[in-house]
Structure formats: C-alpha cells, structure tokens
Design a protein around this ligand. Structure first.
Ligand code: F0G
Length: 465
C-alpha cells in the first residue's frame, strides 16, 4: 500500500497544557466579557485562535538564533535572509518589518499616503485580511472584494475558491480612474474566505489585467507556501514541479508582496515587504525607517532574521507541507464524520466551521459565529476565532453592522505544534456542541466596541438576560 504522510521531524521540547473544568471556564469567559481574545492562554486547553506566531521552531532555527549577530546595520543574519528570500521567492529587494500589518502600513504609506490621502481611492483584491482592510479604510480608501462567487458557497467543493473574479476586477478598473487605484492585492491563500488557494492561472491573468491598466499587483504572501502546495497538488502542469519553483513563478507575476512571517516563515515574530524594483523599495524604505527600523532589520532582532531565513526554506519542503496540510485535512474529515458542517474543501491553515448551519436558531444580530466560539470554549476549552459579523465590523460611512455572507468559526492549526490526538479532542468538542445545537437559541449583544477592528476588544453580554 501507499505509505501515508508522517511528520518529517520528531519532538524535542514540549510545553505542558492543562485541561480545566466547565465550571472554571464559565467564570473565565464571563470575566473576559465573552471575548475569546481576552481569555488567558493558560485558561485554554487547545488553542486554535491563530496559526500566527504560534508554530514550533526547529532546532536548526534555534541554532540560527544563536549564530545571528545583533548589529544595527548589516547583520550577518540579514544577508542570510536576503539569500533565502531570493532563493525561495525570487525577489532582489526587501525590507523586514516586525509583522505583517506593519509591512502593510509601510507599503500603504508609500502607495496611498501616510494620512487620510485615500479618500476616493479603492484597492481591489480577494477578500482582504482585516488588518489590510483596516489600513486601507483608516486612510479613507475602500477595499473592494473581487473574490469569485463560488467562495461564498461553503459546501461547494472547488479547487481554487480564493481566486479573483476577473470580470469584477476589470469592472473596478473601468469604473475608477487609474490614479484612484493605488494597487491591487491578492491574498495567497485567502484567509478571510476560508484559507482557500488562488491558482497560478488566476494570478497570471490578474497580473496581465493589472498590467493592461497600469495598476501595480501585490501579493499578501502570509501563507504563500501552502498556496504553492495546493497549486502543485490541484493545478494541471504543476504536479512534478518543486515547491520553490512554483513559489518563484507565483511571485514573478507580482510587483511585490507583503508577508506576515509568523505564518509560512514559521517564526514567532516578523514580516517582510518584497519588491521587484529598486525605486519602489526606496520609496518604502523611508517609511520603514520611520516606523519599523533601519533597512537591514526593520523591527526585527538579528536572531529573528536568522530564524526566518531557515523557516522560509523549511516551509517550502514538500514533506513538511504534506504533513501540515494533511493534519488540517485530518481534523476536517473527523468533523465531517461527526456531521459538523464545515467549509469545503478544507483550507490550508484552518478548518472553518459553518456556524449558520451549526446553530440555525441563533439570530444573526446576536453574532452566530461568536456564539459558536464561546460554546466550543465552554465545552472543551478549545479556542477558535470568529470570522463573522464582529470581524466584518461596521460600514465606515453608514456605521451599520455589515453582515457577511458567511458566519464561520475558524479553527486555525499552529504549525508543528499539536498532534492528531489533539485534533481528535477538538473534533469531539465540536461534535458535542453540534449534538445540543437545538438548545442554543440565544447569542450575545455588544456592551462596548472600538471604532475600528472592534473584534479584538469588543465586550459582550448574553442576549437572553
Ligand atoms: N495578511 C493575512 C492574510 C493574515 O492572515 C494576517 C494575519 C496578516 C496579513 C497580518 O499579519 O498578524 O503578522 O500583523 N493573520 C493572523 C490570523 C493574525 O490569525 O489569521 P500580522
């Protein structure tokens, strides 16, 4: 028989985690104002809040932490990272930043403006990540979602549901003046629409369209390696190609990229801004020096640059990606076997539970996905994250709640961190909530919220009281 995937590593260091009781969790979640971001991590048994900065570094990465020097300018680890960026992504120019949103801030300061210069401007893309959208909207501009319609049907099993709808994109290009479209951004894989990949064919076509209209194309490359794996396994013509060849081809269609290295860089902190040409790099470097740090460290320590240089290579090893994506699919399949409704196909970094179908009795005004997140926490001490109305936030002009097409609970799997026994526990937790779904009829209402990115700090109370 064909041998299954197995992790291409063994475990050398472990961190203890503790199971708590439901009674303890009831107290903790109330004290956290029913916001899972406010719960202390020691009050969580299995933490699937995010796959960002939560992965396990390899012994090779830890060794690099010691080897890197801490020079303000020109550290050896900077040059190691420069080599890795060229080898894995094909870019000659880059700036380090302390994380992904900082990279976005620098890029948008250069391309939109550092203040409110975005008024009347639009940035099209495929379901922009929330900080990307936050940076666009905070400058007075609008993010326009041009994702293919099939992304919004959670049951539809299609290989590239992260794709950009070329018709929608061209409409934006036609309806706005060239100078009002500072750039287009394509997120690979698309976190907001379920960790779904974008095909090479689509990236190539978006690139050609952008070029026709003279609009720069950037990739949000937080999970670029996972996207490359899906291209290799799902797209015709790529089965025999090396992940790094696929990666370099994918980036070759873009003028640059931002990256949160906390995902496919497998480091705990860090970000990158990547550029094809020197001129754009120069424009951004002024802002990078102001906001992040000098060009050769940009908000990162020398040791972290070194760990990232190793992480980029490890994340683009096929055996690693097989076990990574394999574990996410393992959880997905378990949930399906229990009847729990999840988004299809399974995402690269997470399983997205369809909260509207799991909790059909909770009204949308009471935050369905958030309610499911709280139930999963109460049931088993499992922490996921709401991708629903709280995250969608209010319309910046009308201040009305924006109700997204999908209400999802994201169970994001940290890289190289949990075993499949943990996945079994998570699946059983969700299965138990599903079992008692008809008794869950009320959600939550907002007591306090911030004017932007409200989901991080929102305070809630049960709606029934
Ligand atoms: N882009 C994407 C696609 C992301 O998923 C994230 C972060 C960012 C940009 C911002 O990067 O956190 O390093 O500043 N996503 C995390 C998550 C937080 O949980 O999905 P950051």
């Amino acid at each position: 028989m064909e041998l299954p995937y197995a992790e291409p590593y063994r475990i050398k260091t472990v961190e203890s985690i503790r199971r708590s009781s439901r009674a303890e969790r009831e107290v903790w979640i109330a004290a956290a104002h029913y916001n899972l971001f406010n719960v202390r991590s020691e009050q969580v048994f299995i933490d699937l809040l995010t796959d960002s900065g939560t992965g396990a570094m390899s012994s090779a990465q830890w060794a690099e932490m010691m080897l890197g020097d801490e020079s303000y300018a020109g550290a050896s680890s900077y040059y190691k990272l420069k080599e890795a960026v060229k080898e894995v992504m094909g870019f000659d120019y880059f700036l380090p930043a302390h994380q992904g949103r900082a990279a976005e801030n620098v890029l948008m300061s250069a391309l939109i403006g550092p203040g409110r210069e975005g008024k009347g401007k639009v940035v099209p893309g495929n379901s922009h990540f929330d900080t990307t959208k936050g940076h666009i909207e905070n400058r007075g501009a609008h993010a326009i979602d041009c994702t293919v319609d099939e992304a919004f049907d959670p049951e539809l099993d299609r290989p590239f549901k992260g794709n950009v709808d070329l018709g929608k994109l061209e409409k934006v290009f036609k309806e706005h003046r060239r100078e009002d479209i500072p750039f287009c951004i394509v997120t690979v894989t698309c976190n907001t629409s379920g960790g779904q990949p974008v095909s090479m064919e689509n990236i190539r076509a978006v690139s050609a369209l952008c070029r026709n209209y003279g609009i720069p194309l950037f990739l949000d490359a937080a999970r670029f390696a996972e996207n490359c794996y899906f291209i290799k396994t799902r797209e015709k013509g790529y089965a025999d190609k090396d992940i790094r060849d696929i990666s370099r081809e994918m980036f070759s269609y873009a003028d640059g990229a931002t990256m949160s290295s906390k995902k496919d860089g497998i480091v705990n902190i860090g970000g990158l801004i990547l550029f094809r040409d020197e001129e754009m790099w120069r424009r951004c470097s002024t802002f990078n020096i102001m906001y992040e740090g000098f060009n050769t460290y940009g908000g990162m320590a020398g040791r972290d640059l070194g760990a990232l240089s190793v992480g980029l290579r490890e994340a683009t090893e096929l055996s690693y990606l097989e076990s990574r994506i394999g574990q996410v699919a393992y959880l997905g399949k378990k949930l399906v076997d229990y009847g729990v409704p999840v988004m299809r196909p399974f995402g690269g970094h997470a399983i997205f539970v369809d909260a509207k179908r799991l909790l059909p009795r909770v009204p949308r005004e009471e935050f369905i996905a958030q309610t499911l997140g709280i139930e999963a926490y109460l049931e088993g001490g499992v922490r996921g994250v709401e991708i629903g109305t709280l995250l969608a936030d209010r319309d910046p002009d009308t201040r009305e709640n924006r109700y997204p097409a999908l209400e999802l609970l994201r169970l994001a799997i940290p890289r190289r961190t949990y075993t499949n026994a943990h996945m079994d526990y998570v699946a059983a937790t969700l299965a138990n909530v599903y079992e008692r779904r008809n008794s869950i009829v009320h959600g939550y209402r907002i007591v306090r919220e911030a004017p932007i990115l409200r989901h991080f700090t929102v305070e809630l109370e049960p709606a029934r009281s």
